[in-house]
Design a protein around this ligand. Structure first.
Ligand SMILES: C[S@@+](CC[C@H](N)C(=O)[O-])C[C@H]1O[C@@H](n2cnc3c(N)ncnc32)[C@H](O)[C@@H]1O
Length: 277
């Protein structure tokens, strides 16, 4: 297997950073929370059901699961994220731990969710094996990933803007960010991990923006992998990247009849994957 050790270190350090976690909770999660009702419905969150919310972050999915009466346990390795989740969702239990080695007994959950978390895990096969271990047989697991550039105006802007940066700036080796959005790949990876009944559903998610330039700020301050690619730009290259983010968002708005001088929402479509343990 490719060595993802450096990627693992950067992910853990990034999400553990109180500023990044705080910005994510205050701004980025306004988009991810839009997927939470679909995730809760897919796992039929209901009174008494024990649901694991993997990579819970500040708790947008846990909040909806609790509203529907489920007994919710959120797992995340970032203490800074968990502090937010405990304040926002007092009705859930939050546990600090790694998705690749979960601190739970076998067959202890009736269902699991993971909102935009799986792509951040270096050893996704191991995380899926852990999930199967802690889920009861037949339990549903629903998770979301971002649709890739080409199917996503938001990721088109990100890809176009980063392409204006220094070509030597690259991430350490990491699993492909969008791979679970591809039906054949999702089916193959989940089936290999012992899951069955795999299905994919597109979700309409949008990033609320007060102005075009806000997209760059949200990505720089509250997104670990994209934030890394922005922060690593040499000073001479950075203004071009920032300008391309803003121009890209403005151009999308103008091409789609949206007034960029008033608050609007940039499409950042997601894919929900559902499977059974
Ligand atoms: C993009 S955020 C998603 C948060 C939330 N689920 C949502 O929908 O907004 C990813 C979260 O996964 C957590 N995370 C990443 N890798 C992890 C791992 N190996 N084990 C546990 N949590 C992890 C991060 O700390 C972060 O809170």
């Amino acid at each position: 297997m490719t060595d993802y050790a450096e990627f693992a270190r950067l992910e853990r350090e990034g999400w553990g950073d109180a500023d990044i976690a705080g910005s994510y909770g205050a701004r980025f999660a306004a988009a991810t929370a839009q997927a939470a009702p679909s995730l809760a419905a897919a796992v039929t969150a209901a009174p008494g059901r024990a649901v694991l919310d993997l990579c819970c972050g500040p708790g947008p999915v846990s909040a909806v699961l609790v509203e529907q009466g489920a007994r919710v346990t959120g797992l995340d390795f970032s203490a800074a994220m968990l502090a937010q989740a405990r304040t926002r969702v007092p009705g859930a239990t939050f546990v600090e731990g790694d998705a690749q080695a979960m601190p739970f007994a076998d067959a202890s959950f009736d269902a699991a969710t993971c909102g935009f978390g799986l792509m951040h895990i270096p050893d996704q096969d191991r995380a899926l094996a852990e999930l199967r271990r802690v889920l009861r047989p037949g339990a549903p697991f629903a998770f979301t990933v971002w649709a890739p550039a080409g199917a996503s105006p938001g990721f088109e802007v990100i890809a176009g803007a980063l392409a204006k940066g220094d070509p030597s700036v690259a991430l350490p080796p990491a699993p492909d960010f969008h791979r679970f959005a591809d039906p054949a790949t999702a089916e193959a990876l989940l089936t290999a991990a012992g899951f069955h009944d795999v299905s994919l559903t597109p979700l309409d998610v949008r990033m609320p923006l007060a102005r075009p330039g806000e997209f760059f700020e949200i990505m720089r301050e509250g997104a670990v992998r994209i934030g890394m690619l922005i922060e690593a730009q040499p000073p001479a290259a950075r203004p071009a990247v920032e300008a391309a983010f803003e121009t890209g968002v403005r151009d999308w708005a103008l091409a789609n009849g949206v007034d960029p001088s008033a608050p609007f929402a940039l499409p950042l479509p997601a894919v929900m994957v559902l499977a059974r343990a």
